[in-house]
Ligand binder design. Structure first.
Ligand SMILES: CC(C)(COP(=O)(O)OP(=O)(O)OC[C@H]1O[C@@H](n2cnc3c(N)ncnc32)[C@H](O)[C@@H]1OP(=O)(O)O)[C@@H](O)C(=O)NCCC(=O)NCCS
Length: 189
């Protein structure tokens, strides 16, 4: 994992977030009521557990969480949070939260962050283990569902009235390696 140098993904500048980006992430989140409204403490917690561990068990080489931010200059224009849920014969990862500033949508920022999370998820398993990246989204969230569909996620379930305020079903989607493979030589996150 190369953490020190920010790495461009596609045409958008995406790298791991640090504690310095929490204010910017919260600003993006406030502008996106469709995404999960996490607190500063939530981000501090996931960033704290995204540090690279040095214990020599294979499952400890990779961080438990990743927080990505998309930058334009010093401004955070998007963020995405991924988590590794299970480390066994398959590695299950989850896209936990994501948003792009309304002024920067439809420019490929969401697409590039999902692509970066796919690369990260694949790295969680290494060459030996299959991975899958799962997520859930409101049934009414056309933008998110279209994005995930375009990126190769497949619908795998529906939870009735899972969301409140307003009440909405959750669509569960998963990306499987057989569906679409990230290309070799992509940046690591
Ligand atoms: C969902 C979201 C992250 C997409 O980010 P984005 O940067 O605008 O997405 P991209 O520009 O990468 O779009 C990639 C593709 O997704 C689809 N898409 C994105 N927004 C769409 C919309 N409003 N309507 C239909 N399709 C859309 C399109 O296929 C698009 O490709 P195209 O622009 O070539 O047609 C953004 O709309 C957002 O922040 N929404 C609010 C928060 C949210 O819903 N988070 C997800 C919670 S599960």
């Amino acid at each position: 994992m190369q953490m020190e140098t920010p790495t461009p993904a596609g045409k958008n500048f995406i790298r791991r977030a640090t504690f310095a980006e929490i204010d910017g992430i919260l600003a993006v989140q406030r502008a996106a009521p469709e995404c999960a409204q996490w607190t500063r403490a939530d981000y501090e917690e996931v960033l704290a557990t995204s540090a690279i561990l040095t214990v020599p068990e294979p499952q400890s080489f990779s961080p438990r969480h990743v927080v990505l931010c998309a930058l334009q200059g010093d401004t955070v224009v998007g963020f995405a949070v991924g988590s590794r849920l299970r480390f066994a014969e398959t590695v299950d990862c989850e896209l936990e939260n994501m948003a792009v500033l309304p002024t920067h949508r439809r420019c490929g920022v969401g697409r590039d962050m999902v692509q970066a999370l796919l690369v990260w998820s694949r790295e969680q398993g290494g060459p030996q283990r299959a991975m899958q990246l799962m997520l859930e989204a409101r049934a009414s969230n056309t933008a998110a569902l279209e994005l995930y569909h375009k990126m190769g996620f497949l619908p795998v379930g529906r939870r009735r009235e899972y969301y409140s305020q307003p009440t909405d079903d959750a669509i569960l989607m998963a990306w499987f390696p057989a569906a679409k493979q990230p290309q070799n030589g992509e940046p690591h996150f």
